[in-house]
Design a protein around this ligand. Structure first.
Ligand code: UD1
Length: 417
């Protein structure tokens, strides 16, 4: 199993390029199921989750071609069985995103329930309730969601809590429904906006994406389109947090500062100097960062997917800070691993109190999920001596060539197996 071996202490310095967003790419690939014509995506990141999704879509009969760079064309002219099997869904929750498009296009679908997940319970009840409101008959049997509908019909759906993939699933399904759908309390995440932009290019009639009420007027069919995937705001935030923790100076190209306000604000509060152009963010951290309090919440507030990385920054900052997680229960596993590196973190319920220490010390730590592993890499970059981050396959789900990009910025990092 691959590991990363990191010699800490080198400040990150230099430039690198941000990849396309994983959490935009996955729903966008599922959108290809909605049309018989090809959907050509560019800026597709090379990630394990992307490969898994392509495999899942391939099994359903979607023809996939990738070019040498970051383009992928998905052609769902004819679909075989509309089935998402447990073996694939269990490795990637985002597989649930095929449910809405399949029911809308094929009139039926069988998708495995995602099951347990390292960062909490994460049910999909709102996806199911929403599709039922659109007229689908749904049964949950033998661990599978079996959905059926001759043609979905538009409805007003009020979601009790903000769910990103739930909003995306229902928005895709509603594109081919008869009549108008109104999604209330919709997720406002930029990835929802990117998906709406692509669906609109495919002929969908969507308004309000990016606000909490999205209106979709159903159409009889969608057509092919080309779409450039937005930059990954979490990869961007991760590199910025790493640069701040190591007291470095970096410029990230191909980024979008307009969708990172909450994260940039926290980094500024920690003492970082930040400058942005339309697609570049530069950060310089002189001296020791200051601890900053963080509370996660749906966009535009601070993202749960950046919580662990900010905790790593707080771990070496001056002063004490609190980190509160409001989206997922059980998303503090990285704290226990950071303690192995000498961090002073106390957890009580959904809040962690982090008292910054002068120095972390290298040790062997184990990644438990995608963002947890990113936070351990940051902690390793500042720790004295050598740190081995084990189970790096979690990191490969969501970071493209991370060790190459970090090495380009001067990190002493290598992959071993
Ligand atoms: C997406 C992101 C993930 C991010 C998360 C929160 C993708 C592929 N993944 O995940 O990286 O961490 O948003 O920003 O985009 N919930 C329910 N019932 C449902 C659905 C969700 O109770 O039917 C709850 C969840 O348990 C959680 C909260 O709602 O507590 C938010 O989850 P949700 O936004 O759905 O997360 P994902 O879409 O799975």
């Amino acid at each position: 199993m691959d590991k990363l071996v990191i010699q800490g202490g080198a400040p990150l310095s230099g430039e690198t390029r941000i990849s396309g967003a994983k959490n935009a790419a996955l729903p966008l690939m599922c959108a290809a199921l909605l049309t018989r014509e090809p959907l050509a995506l560019s800026n597709v990141p090379h990630l394990r989750d992307v490969t898994t999704m392509l495999r899942l879509l391939g099994q359903m009969g979607v023809k996939v071609s990738r070019d040498d760079r970051s383009g992928a064309t998905l052609h769902a002219e004819r679909l075989a069985e509309p089935l998402a099997p447990y073996e694939l869904v269990k490795t990637m929750r985002a597989s649930i995103l095929v449910l809405g498009p399949l029911v809308a296009r094929c009139g039926e679908a069988r998708v495995s329930l995602p099951g347990g997940c390292a960062i909490g319970l994460r049910p999909v009840d709102l996806h199911i309730k929403g599709l039922q409101a659109l007229g689908a008959e749904i049964e949950v049997e033998q661990g599978y969601i079996a959905a059926r509908a001759k043609r979905l019909t538009g409805a007003r759906i009020v979601m009790d809590l903000v769910t990103v993939t739930g909003t995306e699933n229902l928005m895709m399904a509603a594109c081919l429904a008869q009549g108008t759908t109104v999604l209330e309390n919709a997720a406002r995440e930029p990835e929802v906006v990117d998906l709406a932009r692509c669906l609109s290019a495919m002929g969908a009639r969507i308004s309000g994406a990016g606000a909490d009420v999205i209106t979709i007027e159903g159409v009889a069919s969608l057509h092919g389109a080309t779409h450039h995937i937005m930059p990954d705001r979490i990869e961007t935030g991760t590199f910025l947090a790493a640069a701040a923790a190591t007291r470095g100076r970096v410029s990230l190209h191909g980024a979008d500062p307009a969708i990172l306000d909450a994260v940039l604000e926290k980094l500024r509060e920690a003492g970082a100097e930040l400058e942005s152009t339309k697609d570049t963010i530069s950060l310089a951290m002189k001296g020791r960062p200051r601890g900053v309090n963080v509370r996660t919440a749906p966009y535009p507030a601070f993202p749960t997917d950046m919580q662990a990385q900010l905790m790593a920054l707080d771990a070496v900052a001056s002063g004490a800070a609190t980190v509160t997680e409001t989206i997922f229960e059980n998303r503090f596993m990285h704290a226990l691993e950071m303690q192995r590196l000498g961090a002073d973190i106390e957890i009580s319920g959904n809040t962690a109190v982090v008292r910054g220490v002068e120095k972390l010390q290298g040790a062997t730590v184990m990644a438990t999920d995608l963002r947890a592993s990113a936070s351990l890499v940051i902690a390793a970059l500042v720790a004295d001596g050598e740190t081995t981050v084990d189970r790096i396959y979690h990191l490969d789900r969501g970071y493209e060539r991370i060790e190459e990009k970090l090495a380009q910025l001067g990190a002493r990092i290598r992959r071993v197996n």
